[in-house]
Design a protein around this ligand. Structure first.
Ligand code: HEC
Length: 115
């Protein structure tokens, strides 16, 4: 009986750790991708540069169901971005290797939303 109980607890712990890791953001991979794409030239985590601080973006979109979709569109479509001096240009499109790797783009967006 005790043995069975141990197995149930062990199985539950394993299931929990598996589901947690399935949704975990890989922060190192996200930062590396951002670095490779020069995102940090215009963005920092907690201060505004030409682009808004990622912390501010995360605050603004917190709890919005379409936050992920909106940011994926923002960094893959080349939509117009407004700079602090008022001029507009197409926002940088993120490049992944292999190209258009959805998992890497999603990981980067989830990381931004967690700042
Ligand atoms: C040349 C400067 C520049 C580079 C490089 C750049 N951005 Fe931006 N980004 C901006 C500006 C300016 C805005 C503000 C756009 C606006 O409000 O119209 C912005 C906005 C954003 C936002 C907020 C969008 C929103 O809807 O609130 C995110 C997220 C973002 N950028 C991510 C990235 C990522 C990821 C990269 C790298 C792949 C990147 N940016 C590279 C200038 C840049």
């Amino acid at each position: 009986m005790t043995h069975n109980k141990f197995l149930i607890v062990a199985a539950a712990a394993l299931a929990m750790s598996l589901s947690a890791s399935a949704f975990a953001v890989d922060a190192d991979a996200a930062k590396q991708l951002a670095k490779q794409n020069n995102c940090f030239k215009c963005h920092a985590i907690d201060k505004d540069k030409d682009g808004p601080a990622y912390h501010k973006v995360a605050e603004k979109l917190k709890g919005k169901p379409d936050a992920e979709e909106k940011l994926i569109h923002h960094i893959t479509s080349g939509e117009k971005a407004k700079f602090p001096d008022g001029h507009e240009e197409e926002h940088k499109i993120v490049k992944t290797s292999p190209p258009h790797d959805e998992a890497q783009i999603k990981n980067l967006v989830q990381w931004i939303l967690a700042q």
